[in-house]
Design a protein around this ligand. Structure first.
Ligand code: BDP
Length: 595
């Protein structure tokens, strides 16, 4: 799916700002058709943002079910005759969108964009101000990724009863319209999608899906020079179902001595596609990936992943897009000498991915498949938990992630799940299908899966290219005994390697650390402990030649649900939630800048 851009043909109208908002306390709004008229008793709400931390009362913050968003918008006369599209960068997790009381789109999945063409509705309408209403649900069940379930406590110990959203993942279930809402125009005949594939000898393959007739495709370098151009473009047969209204154009361009996109030294070209009516320009880079049994090669050079598992998370905003925060984050990642990160545990905003391209960061792009306990049972994938509907949604999410991120040079690998129960029988056929789908979407990028399961039990890594392992020796096991880290790590990593002969990334390792808490000798939760803890891992990584990276958990402290081992969130950040360094940041900086 293309990002909405402005040019001489296309216009974009931003709908961010203050919307009307109402909590559907008894979840009756859909039944009572609240979308048919303006919301009564609405309160102001910021978009984009999570709504949770903007409230001061517990009930609103923790509401399980629907909330309603609403605002007016006006279509300028100058847009008449154009195709008009309403687009959400994301809405977490299920949205039903109405314009003037008419449903225009619904979407399941909290971390990918969706849109609705509203041309006809606008053309047939006589009102000047249109009403945009969104019913948004934060409910997670076993048909969703991430997985969850709503639990009701109403036995004799809980005579008044209460219910809550249970989640099987360690981040707060922030909800809201998290990313920008935009209206954009295209001509009636338009460019629908572009897939760009490159090789480092300067070959650019462009696949354009369009209802417009494509006349010209050019490649433009960073100085604005047209370095290749073609104006005879043949139509090909479209083989994909969902683009059945489009024609497909396939073409190949060649440029001499391309400047490559390299980690830390990004170089972005633009592909300009010109149709009879429409024009679209998409950025891309030249870079090639290869995986051997012990190496991850980017442009033929061995790449070692240094960085973090992260979250989109901050005070007040929750998971809402904050461009200032993103800029600060990339500056801090550069300061510490990181070269990469994983979008744990869901695709980050498009704005984030664009920055990664531009700043030369290497990204492992993760689908929101977290909390996937299979639990052996009688049905297809296990008991009443992960089931056929989960799989269907998982495959949909892979597709949406791919369609959104396919042209980003920063994305070097897809992560198909975090810490699924891959030792269970149900996981075998499930993940075989997941990997097959991911490969059929993209055969240019390697695939990984992130494990908590150990090498003895794992039943699915034969299908992936790189193995990612999350490990908390001396934290969740042998708590505080950092002397066990080296031995356990070496033993386990060798077992993984002996079993699969594939390169391994330590995709999570870390210890909760309260900023400003110091003690000698070190005890758990102090800054000293975090430093010593990470050091122990590093000594062993340096001995193992099949280890191709280290991603500390986590980049920053972040919010989680309440729990006995979470004092206002997860404190494994190397930086505080407010993006300031703990002592370990200096250790990592020293290591990574010299590695
Ligand atoms: C891992 C999860 C991550 C958690 C982390 C932790 O992948 O989401 O936040 O553990 O416990 O299991 O800190």
């Amino acid at each position: 799916m293309l990002y909405p851009i402005e040019n001489k043909i296309r216009e974009v109208k931003n709908l961010n700002g203050i919307w009307n908002f109402k909590i559907d306390t008894d979840n009756v709004g859909i039944e009572e058709k609240w979308y048919e008229k303006p919301l009564s008793d609405a309160v102001p709400m910021a978009v984009p943002a999570s709504y949770n931390d903007l409230f001061t009362d517990q009930e609103s913050k923790e509401h399980v079910g629907n909330v309603w968003y609403e605002r007016d918008f006006i279509i300028p006369d100058s847009w008449s005759g154009k195709r008009i599209v309403l687009r959400f960068g994301s809405a977490t997790h299920h949205a039903v969108v109405y314009v003037d009381g008419v449903e225009v789109v619904h979407h399941k999945g909290g971390f990918t964009p969706f849109e609705a063409e509203i041309t006809e509705l606008i053309e047939n309408s006589s009102v000047e101000e249109h009403r945009l209403t969104v019913a948004l649900s934060n409910v997670l069940d076993w048909t969703c990724i991430p997985c969850g379930e709503v639990i009701t406590e109403d036995d004799e110990k809980h005579p008044d009863g209460y219910h809550y959203q249970e989640t099987y993942f360690d981040f707060y279930n922030y909800s809201g319209i998290h990313r920008p809402v935009k209206l954009y125009t295209t001509p009636k005949k338009y460019i629908d999608d572009i897939v760009i594939r490159t090789t480092n000898d300067g070959k650019v393959e462009a696949f354009v899906f369009s209802t417009d007739i494509i006349k010209k495709i050019s490649v433009i370098d960073e100085d604005g020079n047209v370095v290749a151009s073609i104006d005879e473009i043949e139509k090909a047969t479209v083989d994909s179902d969902h683009k059945k209204d489009d024609d497909m154009y396939v073409t190949e361009l060649k440029i001499d001595n391309p400047t490559l996109w390299n980690p830390g030294v990004a170089y972005l070209y633009k592909l300009k596609v010109e149709g009879e009516e429409d024009v679209y320009t998409e950025e891309f880079g030249f870079r090639e990936i290869e995986v051997t049994d012990k190496e991850f090669l980017i442009n033929g050079k061995s790449f070692y992943f240094k960085g973090f598992g992260r979250h989109e998370d901050s005070d007040i905003h929750g998971k809402g897009l904050d461009e200032a925060l993103n800029v600060r984050d990339f500056n801090m990642l550069k300061w510490i000498g990181a070269n990469s990160f994983r979008t744990s545990h869901y695709p980050y905003s498009e704005e984030h991915m664009k920055l990664a391209d531009r700043e030369g960061f290497v990204v492992i792009d993760e689908v929101p498949a977290v909390g996937m306990c299979f639990w052996d049972g009688n049905s297809v994938y296990g008991g009443d938990r992960v089931n056929e509907d989960t799989l269907k949604h998982h495959l949909d999410m892979l597709k949406e992630m791919y369609e959104r991120d396919k042209n980003h040079p920063s994305v070097v690998m897809w992560s198909i799940a975090n810490e699924a129960a891959t030792h269970e029988e149900g996981a075998v056929s499930y993940f075989e299908k997941v990997v097959k789908t991911m490969r059929s979407l993209d055969d240019t990028r390697p695939i990984t899966i992130v494990h908590t399961t150990g090498p003895e039990g794992d039943k699915v890594s034969q299908w992936v290219d790189v193995i990612c392992v999350n490990r908390y020796y001396a934290w969740y096991t042998d708590h505080s005994h950092i002397e066990v880290i080296g031995q356990q790590l070496e033993l386990e990593m060798n077992k993984w390697y002996d079993k699969y002969h594939k390169p391994i990334i330590m995709s999570e390792y870390g210890a909760d650390t309260i900023a400003g808490y110091h003690k000698l000798p070190a005890v758990a939760f102090t800054e000293e402990f975090q430093c010593e803890y990470l050091d122990e891992f590093h000594k062993t990584f340096d001995k193992l030649d099949f280890m191709i990276g280290e991603h500390v958990w986590a980049y920053c402290d972040f919010q989680t649900k309440q729990g006995l081992n979470r004092v206002d969130g997860n404190k494994k950040g190397v930086f505080t939630r407010n993006r300031q360094p703990k002592a370990a940041a200096h250790i990592l900086r020293k290591r990574w800048r010299n590695k």
